[in-house]
Design a protein around this ligand. Structure first.
Ligand code: CA2
Length: 150
């Protein structure tokens, strides 16, 4: 059976394509999911795609990824990026390769967006590629997983 990449999305990302298109573009979260599935499939991976506005549910998804021996995690922690020790701790405990992704370039935005706790555990961070960043994140994660086998 194909190994699984968990793609986790934090609060308000369900509003993609509906509000603030000037910052986040016109694509919806369903478009992001389709892009992730297509990209992962090309590498032989299945995808568990989740969005939650609730911190504990994101922690539960990370623990599920760990229990299911997932191949890795791509996470856009959104508003929890700079605040969630709980998500950071769960990612550390999971021990899986993690890629952090942001649709916007957080370094061109307000200073408070630029201090990610999650980056401490991320193997790589992508910001500013729009939703294409999710495809780049999955391609990069696939390369990391491939390199681990050698
Ligand atoms: O650029 C990103 O992907 C962010 O993670 C998005 C977060 C923001 O707090 C981070 O600083 C950067 C916000 C997600 C909210 O998404 C929305 C999407 C459409 C409309 C309104 C909010």
């Amino acid at each position: 059976m194909a190994k699984t990449i968990y793609v986790l999305n934090g609060p308000n990302l369900n509003l993609l394509g509906i509000r603030e298109p000037g910052i986040y573009g016109h694509a919806t979260l369903a478009d992001v999911e389709a892009l992730c599935r297509e990209t992962a499939k090309a590498h032989g991976f299945a995808v568990e795609f989740r969005q939650s506005n609730i911190e504990g549910e994101i922690v539960n998804s990370i623990q599920e990824a760990m229990a299911n021996k997932a191949a890795g995690i791509v996470i856009n922690p959104a508003g929890y990026t700079t605040t969630s020790v709980a998500i950071l701790d769960a990612l550390i405990a999971a021990g899986l390769p993690v890629i952090e992704i942001h649709i916007s370039n957080i370094y061109r935005r307000e200073e408070f967006r630029q201090h990610s706790l999650i980056s401490k555990v991320a193997r790589a961070v992508l910001a500013g590629f729009g939703i294409h960043g999710y495809a780049l994140a999955i391609n990069g994660l696939a390369a990391i997983i491939d390199a681990q086998k050698k």
